[in-house]
Design a protein around this ligand. Sequence first.
Ligand code: GLV
Length: 338
Amino acid sequence: MAKPKVFVTRIIPEGGLKVIREYCDVDLWVEDLPPSYEVLLEHSQACDGVVSLLTDRIDAHFMDSCPQLRVVSNFAVGFDNIDIPSATNRGILVGHTPGVLTETTADFAFALLMSLARRIPEGIEYVRNDQWQTWGPMLLMGQDVHHSVLGLVGLGRIGVEMAKRARGFDMRVLYTDMYRREDLEASMGLEYASFDDVLRSADFISVHTPLTAETRHLLSKDAFSKMKKTAIVINTARGPIIDTEALTEALQNGVIGGAALDVIDPEPLRADHPLVNMPNCIVVPHIASASETTRTHMAEIAAYNLLAGLRGEKLPNGLNPEAVGTLRQTLPRTFEVL
Ligand code: GLV
């Protein structure tokens, strides 16, 4: 009996790949750069499942071009690259990899905050450029992190972990979110605030919200104008939540103090972009979840989501479980139940 055909759009850690290889006929994209949309279509059109990355656009046209497709398993917690309503309408299950990357991402967001506040990248450059002559009373003075105010834009899983880290540094933590978490206010000492109050009061503003039509350019020229002149913005969520042009201007004109960005719009950002060369800005290449352990767990979850979808079952980490009831019924079963 034939194995299900799947396209895996990049090399992912072996812990997940070996599971997929055991049960599926795998077409693995081995290039360093992602397949173009056209190549993605070409490789997926005869597939029963796809393991996608956040760089792959999975839209209605893609789904219509892949008549056998039952499941899209995204190797990421974010899923703004996938049109979920279109998948649900077509009876295609979609999975993602939440949970396992929460603490790893929060660790990284906090590391970005610390690095910029205490000017660590500038210190490294200083030594590398052989500028270090003596101990200097005024040398590379930064901002204190302890007892400062952290403003969280979004209090999902990663936001909560960021708050925990901040509490360890005796920070006051404000958060703004669609949902109020009175339980966490009481247990962790968090303060609920309006978006504007977070902008006005925080020394550090860390973004932890998904990218949606509502959050695109949430941090705009207007938002920057409300922040403290010394405010530092941290983004480990999605680039387009911040208006890059407005941020560049805000940093160039001293409207805010700095930005530490794991994600940026566009990605990749070229080295000649002004943000890359500002001392008060850190840009790193979307690596907040990139620890060996976490990426391996993400690969395993992606593999188990894929296999469940190929079986037509609810995914362990599914985004549209309601699609189980409407799975493409007309499909011939081309492979043995896994
Ligand atoms: C990474 O950005 C992810 O969404 O997992």
